[in-house]
Design a protein around this ligand. Structure first.
Ligand SMILES: *Cc1c(COP(=O)(O)O)cnc(C)c1O
Length: 457
């Protein structure tokens, strides 16, 4: 019988994370202090993050040991299986070979625990008693809640209000894992109160929720803040996905020509792609595609600039592709893809031509999700459907060109807690959102252009 999935044992699990900052063609621009505009030092970040994670954020070592306690928790669901999508290939009648890495097997249902475990662990070691964070649709909040419970840390999640009201199930997952979940904007912080004063009916946004979580962390020495994407240390932790996939593709006797991931803050895409991107930096030909929604087109329409990570401008300025910290995207169902910015590393690699970006409308993503569910069975998170839609486009292009090519995409999570989104699609209640240039221009008026983006020569 032919192999359908490639499974590694616990013994095969990578023991080190990969840090692409050691190999980038252009060094990263530093984050800037929101007050002084000078590059931030470790002590500037100390009120928000524990020092061990700050060191990792600024580290340029290529390989970083994964602590034993983290490996021990990873073993609950890792290594995750790699699948050959024979049934999808057949449904598309394509000569392309399609593989996907299944990150939906974690208890929280997505790739996010890969970094949540590590962040909870490093906070525990540093003596943190409580972690605050924000969450949109709830994937990050639920992942962090679970991992804080593993390490005996209190967890407080500010959840974007519209999701808090519309999506009770991940909120209940958070509570089941022992976390405290509050709708944002809330009355509990100055940032929340100032937003509510101007707009009492604000549906909230990730940028607002970050402001609240950061404020609460800064106010107390034993409380730190955790971010589920965007930052360098998150990209490092997620590299376990691609490192496993390299071994599994070897087992399959294949190597990807095309690598695809959905990109919100960029972490699941980076996790799968960066260990392969090292080969590309060293001369191998690989097409590496980050996929985002057309209604939040950070990489495809946002400039590379210094911008805040949050609405109330408390975080350092990050060098990244951004739509402006005041940008509020249309309420599409892929809540994890509605962030105004993008990981600085992903942004820099786009400038350097190591990766490219595509954007896609919501309706095509759900259509792709149905094609996938009706061939491979798994029901995907709406975010993940973005990667599937571009995979299908690439597979159909291969068919047109009569070329065999190997496509690998990241199945970042299951959609079993997102079925309300599928209901909207199946009942015909969804549509595509056009994003007028004027709306982007307005949001961009509030950001600081980068002096001159450095680019690889
Ligand atoms: C959060 C999330 C994303 C987007 O976040 P990234 O940091 O870009 O990976 C994508 N897919 C799923 C299932 C998610 O939960």
């Amino acid at each position: 019988m032919r192999a359908k999935k490639y499974v590694l044992s616990e013994q095969d699990m990578p023991r080190k994370w990969y840090n692409i900052m050691a190999d980038m063609p252009t060094p990263m621009e530093p984050p800037l202090h929101p007050g002084t505009g000078q590059p931030v030092g470790p002590e500037d970040l100390a009120p928000i993050f524990p020092m061990n994670l700050i060191e990792q954020e600024m580290c340029t070592d290529r390989w970083i040991d994964i602590p034993e306690e983290v490996l021990d928790k990873y073993a609950i669901w890792r290594p995750s299986p790699l699948y050959r999508a024979y049934n999808l290939e057949k449904a598309l009648d394509t000569p392309a070979k399609i593989y996907f890495k299944n990150e939906g097997v974690s208890p929280a249902g997505s790739h996010k625990p890969n970094t949540a475990i590590a962040q909870a662990y490093y906070n525990k070691v540093a003596g943190t008693k409580k972690i605050t964070t924000e969450t949109g649709a709830g994937q990050w909040g639920s992942a962090l809640s679970m991992c804080c419970s593993f390490f005996g840390i209190e967890c407080k999640v500010f959840m974007v209000k519209i999701s808090y009201d519309q999506k009770p199930y991940r909120r209940l997952m958070m509570e089941t894992w022992g976390a405290n979940c509050t709708a944002s904007p809330s009355n509990e912080t100055r940032a929340g109160r100032s937003i509510l004063e101007k707009n009492p009916d604000s549906p909230g946004s990730l940028g607002m929720a970050i402001s609240e979580a950061v404020e609460e962390a800064v106010a107390d020495d034993d409380t730190k803040y955790a971010l589920g994407s965007v930052l360098n240390h998150v990209m490092i932790h997620q590299s376990i996905i691609g490192l496993e996939a390299i071994k599994q593709m070897k087992m399959a006797g294949d190597y990807p020509d095309v690598i695809i991931g959905s990109a919100g803050g960029g972490s699941n895409f980076a996790g799968l792609a960066f260990p392969f991107a090292l080969d590309k930096i060293n001369g191998k030909e690989i097409d590496i595609i980050a996929v985002e929604p057309t209604s939040c087109p950070t990489l495809t329409r946002g400039p590379f600039a210094y911008d805040f990570g949050d609405t109330v401008q408390m975080t350092p300025l990050l060098p990244m592709h951004t739509l402006g910290h005041n940008f509020v995207p249309a309420p599409i169902h892929a809540g994890g893809l509605r962030y105004h910015g993008m990981a600085p590393i992903v942004s820099q690699l786009l400038l350097d031509g190591i990766i490219r970006a595509e954007s896609i409308h919501q309706m095509e993503t759900f259509k792709a999700g149905l094609t996938f569910a009706r061939s491979e069975g798994f029901i995907s998170a709406p975010e993940c459907n973005h990667a599937i839609a571009i995979t299908i486009r690439e597979a159909l292009k291969a068919k047109e060109e009569g070329r065999e090519k190997t496509i690998l995409f990241n199945w970042s999570g299951h959609g079993l807690v997102d079925l309300a989104a599928y209901e909207s699609y199946l009942r015909g209640n969804l549509s595509d959102h056009e994003l007028p240039q004027e709306q982007i221009d307005n949001a961009l008026m509030d950001i600081k252009p980068l002096p001159k983006p450095r680019q690889a020569t």
